[in-house]
Design a protein around this ligand. Structure first.
Ligand SMILES: Cc1ncc(COP(=O)(O)O)c(C=O)c1O
Length: 690
């Protein structure tokens, strides 16, 4: 195989400006693989394999060829195993859950490992409804000890060959041990994560069922996976798999008006309901080709992704804050020393100097700015999340009560992470991917010197007034005159302060000083405009809002609104507002609920004349209420303060070039920052701005 740099240039141009570290989510397809697929499709006519015709027979032959290539890839043949094509690993295990029979003695037992993917755990509901006893084992030892106690009834064990959370590989000799003492023990090996980057030898491994998804192995096609079944365990006269549903192609004969049906004797045909995804199935041969020819074969891929994970884990674990405390908490049980025990996955969370966790959503959105794709959360593996993060069942339920559901952005509950960050490698990854992640973490999360406490100090004070100079001084950390001068050229200078009294309307610039309260700048995003149904109008929804200029007259406690569309101003007493039953008293801002007071008919009429349809001015009454509790935040989307570096905007302006329709000050205004700072020295470029 060619050198990786060349491989990336020729075969994976999509990686040129992107750092892709989510191969365990889905890996990438190569140029030549796609070309081969397209050439095959363009050069032939492929009929539905169920049709009795020459072109259909040709498709059927190619589908059988694909089945055989899959079997060869796993070092077996159609004499030992059958490949049932499915839409993915999940669909494969669903088939198994619906058709696995308990046997003649006993109820049947389904026993899975705790760190199984949700798709495996989901089998328990189907099997339980079919009379199986269900058990979850926390460790392999516990799983093995279950074998001796399961003498009656058939047992189905389910285990992941590789944990998709941490990359931990199981010692596959456990499969033999699970079956050794019980001829009625069957093993489902979830190879969705493992088979993506590791060689799986089904002659050596006696698993009875194996599930996988092809996009995890070679990126294209999606929507195709397989259940691989060991024939001698299911085709020995005993009914191990029996399905109730039949569809086109799965029966040999049936009487539509009666109850007679005869399923196809061919195992795969009997389980592939309806027309198979035959065009995608043809593409499988080209994906397998890419693994061999471009990746150098599974053995090489496996060692390569392991070495990359080892490298990344080492670099992350070496990161230290200025006080010597570690930055990264790795979730592993094998220290990345042995490729037979660890795959190409690194799972971690970041920790600040004070020991508090960085939320994974924060890390993921910063990574996006650097064009890095990671996966964060629990990766559909709640059991592994419990295992590595030490989360009890009770805490899982408490997290749910606190508003955390699978796949949302709630990364911390009571300061504890609800999931982790996962970086995973493919055969086309290289060290530059790991380096980019480490550089991003270093830039954003490693504390190299004590931080000034500008905003924290401001936000914790009940209500205080600070001049721009005082704020700027606080920003410099209150240094002595001598060190101040030296630091002057590096510290940002606070240039301008903006407030946005009415959400989504124009800015109000602070001339000299402004009070700060616990929600941020006093009266910043304190009002908003709602339509007749109480829905908040945003600038995206209603661009005319941007022309409404609010002015805050603190002395007289008035909010004054003007607009080029109207020759009159709206003058609203700041403390005006009453609850109107007919109007919304609650609304939602970025998922949290907020109580609102209506600011009266005069303001509503003025807004109607400016916006062109009925709407009203409302103001915030009390803190916002999110699922995680009260939030001391105004009607701003997420945070109390937005700080912008003018130098970054100047760089952006440079990139746009002379054709930019906006000058620096206009471009700065587009970012709607509260604090605009200037850094005298050249500031490092943020890749996000590119
Ligand atoms: C270990 C494991 N099992 C099962 C699945 C489910 O695969 P699919 O979503 O392709 O059906 C995944 C997917 O991430 C996985 O990693």
């Amino acid at each position: 195989p060619m050198d990786v740099r060349q491989l990336r240039q020729l075969e994976f141009p999509q990686l040129n400006d992107y750092v892709y570290l989510d191969h365990a989510g889905a890996t990438l397809y190569s140029e030549r693989q796609l070309t081969r697929v397209m050439q095959e499709l363009q050069s032939g006519l492929y009929g539905n394999p169920h049709t009795q015709a020459r072109k259909s027979a040709h498709t059927s032959r190619l589908v059988e060829e694909a089945r055989n290539s899959v079997l060869k890839h796993f070092n077996t043949s159609n004499q030992q195993h059958a490949v049932i094509f499915t839409s993915g690993a999940t669909a494969a295990v669903k088939i198994l859950a619906e058709s696995f029979q308990a046997g003649q003695h006993g109820a049947g037992l389904f026993n899975y490992l705790l760190d199984s993917h949700t798709s495996i755990v989901g089998m328990r509901e189907v099997l339980r409804s079919r009379g199986f006893v269900v058990r979850c084992s926390r460790t392999e030892l516990e799983l093995e000890s279950a074998t001796s106690s399961s003498s009656d009834g058939r047992v189905l064990f389910a285990l992941p060959a590789q944990c998709n959370f941490s990359g931990r590989k199981l010692d596959l000799s456990i499969v033999d041990r699970l079956k050794a003492n019980n001829k009625d023990a069957y093993v489902l090996l979830d190879a969705a994560s493992f088979a993506a980057t590791c060689p799986l030898d089904l002659t050596a491994c006696s698993a009875d069922f194996v599930c996988l998804s092809f996009y995890k192995m070679f990126g294209y096609p999606t929507g195709l996976g397989a259940l691989i079944v060991r024939l001698d365990r299911v085709a020995n006269g005993e009914s191990v798999l029996k399905k109730a549903y039949f569809g086109g192609g799965t029966v040999q004969a049936m009487v539509p008006s009666g109850s007679f049906v005869q399923q196809s004797p061919d195992l795969a045909a009997g389980f592939e309901d309806g027309t198979i995804n035959y065009l995608s199935i043809l593409a499988v041969r080209h994906g397998l080709w890419a693994l061999e020819q471009l990746g150098g074969g599974m053995q090489q891929i496996s060692q390569r992704v392991f070495r990359l994970a080892q490298y990344l884990a080492r670099r992350l674990s070496e990161l230290r804050h200025s006080d010597g405390s570690p930055v990264c908490l790795l979730y592993t049980d094998n220290d990345y020393t042995d490729w037979t025990k660890q795959g190409g996955i690194v799972a971690f969370n970041l920790v600040r100097c004070d020991g508090s966790f960085v939320g994974y959503s924060d890390l993921s959105s910063r990574a996006e700015n650097y064009r890095i794709q990671l996966r964060v959360g629990c990766f559909c593996n709640v059991g592994a999340c419990q295992r590595y993060l030490d989360i009890t069942d009770e805490q899982l339920l408490a997290n749910l009560r606190a508003g955390h559901v699978c796949g949302d952005g709630v990364d911390l509950v009571d300061g504890r992470p609800t999931g982790a960050v996962r970086a995973s490698f493919g055969y086309m990854s290289d060290e530059s991917d790991a380096d980019a992640l480490v550089a991003m973490v270093t830039d954003n999360f490693v504390i190299t010197k004590p931080m000034p406490v500008l905003l924290a100090a401001a936000a914790s004070a009940p209500l205080m007034s600070m001049s721009r100079d005082e704020l700027a001084n606080l920003c410099r950390g209150g240094q002595s005159a001598a060190s101040k001068a030296a630091a002057e050229s590096h510290w940002p200078h606070l240039g301008r302060i903006f407030l946005y009294p009415v959400k989504s309307c124009a800015a109000f610039e602070v001339a000299a000083s402004w009070p700060v309260d616990r929600r941020g700048f006093h009266l910043d995003r304190h009002w908003m405009v709602v339509n007749e149904s109480g829905l908040c109008l945003t600038m995206k929804r209603e661009p005319r809002l941007s022309q409404i200029r609010p002015f805050l007259d603190i002395q007289r406690r008035l909010l004054i609104l003007n607009s080029p569309i109207s020759d009159q101003n709206a003058v609203v007493p700041m403390d005006a507002g009453h609850q109107t039953a007919a109007l919304c008293l609650h609304s939602r801002v970025c998922g949290s609920r907020v109580r609102l007071l209506d600011c009266g008919q005069a303001a509503a009429d003025w807004l109607h004349s400016v916006v062109g349809y009925p709407c009203r001015l409302v103001r915030q009454d009390g803190d916002r209420l999110a699922k995680t509790g009260e939030q001391a935040i105004s009607l701003a989307n997420e945070q109390q303060f937005l700080l912008l570096n003018e130098a970054s905007v100047a760089h952006l302006l440079d990139c746009i070039g002379p054709e930019s329709p906006l000058d620096l000050s206009q471009l700065v205004a587009r970012f709607r920052a509260n604090l605009v700072v200037r850094v005298a020295s050249q500031c490092p470029r943020s890749p996000g701005l590119d």
